[in-house]
Write a protein that binds this ligand. Structure first.
Ligand SMILES: Cc1ncc(COP(=O)(O)O)c(C=O)c1O
Length: 401
């Protein structure tokens, strides 16, 4: 296949004049960092996901760190998560001096396997939290995970970095789990949920994230620790005539706030979230149709609540062992593919610390070897989607020859 000049990137943010205007308005307002715009973003986000509290943060990594800190995770504790994820999902436990316990993923998807989780929790005391990651926006088996954690009183944190918006259809989860919501979103079901607005995510602020929880005590702790451990919102002390200059530092907190400049982008992106989702769904459908008949390609698992942050294709048969070569040929054909994820138990840090081998988590390892992610972003033209599909099919055919 000849190299193409018309490269289709793996990801591209969808920003328009609305975001530009909103950023300019903040620049001209005289206040750049966390303030009224961020507060409005939090309220609008909470309303969108149907949660009573949302806290804007400068990344999902910060949000996960705050979540575990608020739950009291510390030295001597274990935090269980999947190895098939980005490092943040596990590293935040180490930030607090706790140890990570990996639990392998299911055979049928890329997420925590409830049966394996049950076995781990049954034999390991001092598991202080479980972090369930909705990989690529494909929701975890939440009814089972919440039941398993709930029976043991272990809080479940949702790493919903990829899962915005992942809306479960009405009646698809037990009523007792959904807190009265008719169509609950992934991220709003556990004790705490954390979303990411990193540059490649389904809505973006460049860098950023949002935490949601229904628990006022956890929310207060995370709000305090997000802003230097201040005892109250201190941002208006520079701009309000009535605000007091006085504040107290109640804890040794972090600096994890999201500035108004970025929240302004987030508010505009949020307004477009439903349309963005529709666009990604239609790209996923087009790929499914294109690859569905191929014995060499396995399309991703379907779920009505999939946010389609990632479209992960698995190679089968003779291609399964040649993913890296497939990847290179696809790049050469003008398609910006990527790989999600190199399992954490292969990463030197976690492998050394916990004495792990590739075979320690066989499902995660086997999926990793034959998976690659294709471009899926709102704003991709029909022509670009067709080009990606054609390049994938031609690349696959090229291997057979
Ligand atoms: C599954 C998962 N969790 C957490 C994060 C951290 O997100 P952020 O970059 O906003 O810190 C990422 C980042 O890509 C991720 O993929």
């Amino acid at each position: 296949m000849s190299p193409s000049t018309d490269f289709v990137p793996f990801a591209r943010p969808s920003l328009g004049p609305e975001e530009e205007e909103a950023v300019l308005a903040v620049m001209r307002s005289g206040w750049l960092t966390t303030g009224k715009v961020t507060k409005a973003f939090e309220e609008e986000f909470a309303a969108y996901v149907g949660s009573s509290r949302a806290l804007a943060v400068n990344s999902a990594t910060s949000g996960l760190h705050l979540a575990l800190e608020a739950l009291g995770v510390g030295p001597g504790d274990f935090v269980v998560t999947s190895p098939y994820t980005f490092t943040s999902s596990a590293a935040v436990a180490r930030h607090l001096g706790a140890e990570v316990l990996f639990c392998d993923i299911s055979a049928e998807d890329y997420n925590l396997d409830p049966e394996k989780l049950e076995a781990i929790l049954a034999t390991t005391p001092r598991v202080r939290a479980v972090i369930a990651v909705h990989i690529g926006g494909l929701p975890c088996r939440m009814a089972e995970l919440l039941d398993i954690c709930g029976r043991r009183g272990i809080p479940l944190v949702e790493d919903a970095a990829h899962a915005f918006p992942s809306r479960f259809p009405a009646g698809s989860l037990p009523a007792a789990l959904v807190r009265g919501k008719s169509e609950p979103l992934a991220g709003t079901l556990g004790a705490i949920g954390v979303y990411s607005f990193y540059a490649t995510k389904t809505i973006t602020t460049g860098e950023g994230g949002m935490i949601v929880t229904e628990d006022p005590v956890l929310a207060k702790r995370m709000a305090t620790m997000r802003s230097h451990g201040f005892d109250r919102d201190a941002f208006d002390r520079y701009t309000s005539k009535t605000a007091s200059w006085y504040y107290e530092v109640a804890e040794a907190g972090f600096k994890y706030n999201l500035p108004d400049l970025l929240s302004a982008i987030g508010r505009e992106q949020l307004k477009k979230a439903d349309r963005f989702l529709e666009e990604r769904r239609s790209i996923a459908r087009a790929y499914d149709e294109a690859f569905g008949g191929s014995p060499l390609l396995e399309t991703p698992p379907r779920h009505p609540a999939h946010s389609w942050h990632l479209y992960s294709l698995r190679l089968r048969g003779p291609l399964a062992a040649r993913r890296d070569e497939f990847f290179e040929r696809l790049q050469a054909a003008g398609v910006g593919a990527s790989m999600h994820f190199i399992p954490l138990h292969l990463m030197p840090y976690f492998a050394k610390r916990y004495g792990l081998a590739p075979s320690s988590f066989p499902e995660a390892y086997a999926k990793y070897l034959r998976t690659l992610s294709l471009p899926i972003w709102q704003g991709m033209s029909a022509g670009q989607v067709e080009r990606v599909a054609a390049a994938v099919l031609e690349t696959a055919a090229g291997f057979k020859a």
